[in-house]
Write a protein that binds this ligand. Structure first.
Ligand code: ATP
Ligand code: MG
Length: 415
């Protein structure tokens, strides 16, 4: 038997209602905050991600699903994240010259070839938002406010916001120098990957999950101590906006984010204890990204939230149960002659808005009633030759165990 690819999942009918509920909350909240839904292709030119995500990142170097297009000799990749595609769509559709700010949200599947574990899969689902054209800290607060609102509505009161600023091109050189000196003095304790990172992009060392590197990171120089006056003011204004909005946070110098394009604000929402992977949402400001993808200099801020990790947090918080859909009526035809009447009635009731199931296996009444109970039908209606001849049948209320005679002509379900 052929099995599913490692790190992918089947979401079965018992599980989709929870996904759909969460997605609905995300859509409703995003639209309340003024974001419009965007849908972009599942695959793009590999170059988009190389430039948009950064060619020194693990995502680009090790994790992308990349292949040659069949009819043109070009490299294509399945999207490992959503931001680069949204920037491309912004530019390609001329939205960068439209009214600002431009605000988008999406719920997408993403693909990364990483080691599957709890909360980490190779196909996963993200709710993300991007805001373009707004440089002020208010845009950061609006995005963070949306993420916090989603967690609040899903009952995730113990998810904590960790906030940091990693500065801009102006603050970076002094910080890089301090970081390179610090790690240079501890070079023997670094993992192999971090040895390379130290020369290429020392900021990424702070993000390493290797225990010995992580221990070093906790005592490393902090970006917040190296901010230029403008970045400092941006960060302080954002903090006071969050205070005013009633959103609590912890300033956490260890938050640097794995992707290369971030500037100033970076943040993660962490659901402590759900698994080794406890970051349910990550985001930040990326003021250089639009330009690096060939557009004008246009500031941006966004985040992405992982749906499976949100579900793990909801399971932990005890808010993950949603009602499964069930039919209002099950119609049990007793003989082949009753089947057309049963199906005609079912069609009429569905057209009027009721969910209705009807036997399709020529089963005995006993088997049909057992099935009706199993699918949680609210009512059942039994149709035999006698009922069809008299135009009257017994409607059984399955919850209360009561029965009443109804006329088939013009029959509608009780509200
Ligand atoms: P991490 O390495 O901590 O999993 P990341 O920095 O690679 O996260 P982002 O690219 O910022 O994550 O993605 C945003 C969110 O998407 C994460 O916070 C997480 O909730 C989710 N996510 C990322 N990768 C995966 C994955 N492989 N499986 C499931 N969810 C993921
Ligand atoms: Mg990752």
């Amino acid at each position: 038997m052929i099995q599913k690819i490692k790190g992918t999942m089947d979401i079965l009918p018992e599980q989709t209602p929870l996904f759909r509920y969460i997605e609905q909350v995300m859509r409703e909240e995003a639209e309340k905050y003024g974001f419009g839904e965007i849908r972009t292709p599942t695959f793009e030119n590999t170059a988009l991600f190389v430039r948009g995500v950064g060619d020194t990142t693990d995502v680009v170097q090790k994790e992308m699903y990349t292949f040659a297009d069949r009819d043109e000799n070009r490299s294509i990749s399945l999207r490992p994240e959503g931001t680069a595609s949204v920037v491309r769509a912004l530019l390609e559709n001329g939205r960068h010259v439209g009214a600002m700010p431009q605000k988008f949200y999406y719920i997408i599947n993403c693909f990364r070839h990483e080691a599957p574990q709890a909360g980490r899969s190779r196909e996963f689902f993200q709710f993300g938002t991007e805001t373009f054209g707004a440089a002020a800290p208010a845009a950061d607060a609006n995005a963070i406010g949306l993420a916090a609102a989603v967690f609040r509505r899903l009952g995730l009161t113990s998810v904590r916001l960790h906030l940091n600023s990693i500065g801009c091109a102006e603050c970076r050189p002094a910080y890089r120098k301090a970081l390179t000196e610090y790690y240079g003095a501890h070079i023997g304790e670094l993992c192999d990957t971090c040895h390379t990172r130290l020369a290429q992009n020392p900021l990424r060392l702070l993000d390493c999950k290797n225990p010995s590197c992580a221990a070093l990171a906790s005592a490393a120089p902090r970006t917040v101590d190296y901010l230029c006056p403008a970045c400092r003011e941006h960060f302080e204004t954002l903090c006071s906006l969050l205070d005013a909005m009633g959103i609590s946070y912890t300033v956490d110098p260890s938050i640097v984010r794995g992707l290369d394009y971030y500037t100033r604000t970076v943040f993660e929402f962490i659901a402590e204890g759900i698994a080794a992977q406890s970051t349910v949402c990550g985001g930040g400001r990326y003021d250089g990204l639009v330009e690096s993808l060939g557009g004008p200099s246009l500031p941006g801020i966004g985040f992405a939230m992982g749906l499976t990790r949100v579900i793990m947090a909801m399971e932990q918080a005890g808010t993950a149960s949603v009602a499964l859909p069930h039919p209002r009526l099950y119609i049990a035809p007793l003989c082949p002659a009753a089947v057309p009447t049963a199906y005609a009635l079912a069609e009429r009731l569905r057209a009027a808005g009721s969910s209705c199931e009807c036997d399709m296996m020529d089963r005995s009444l006993k088997a049909q009633m057992k099935y009706a109970g199993k699918i949680g039908a609210e009512y059942t209606l039994i149709l035999g030759e006698e009922e069809i001849a008299s135009g009257r049948a017994q409607l059984r209320n399955m919850r209360e165990g009561t029965q009443e005679e109804v006329a088939l002509e013009g029959f509608t379900l009780p509200c």
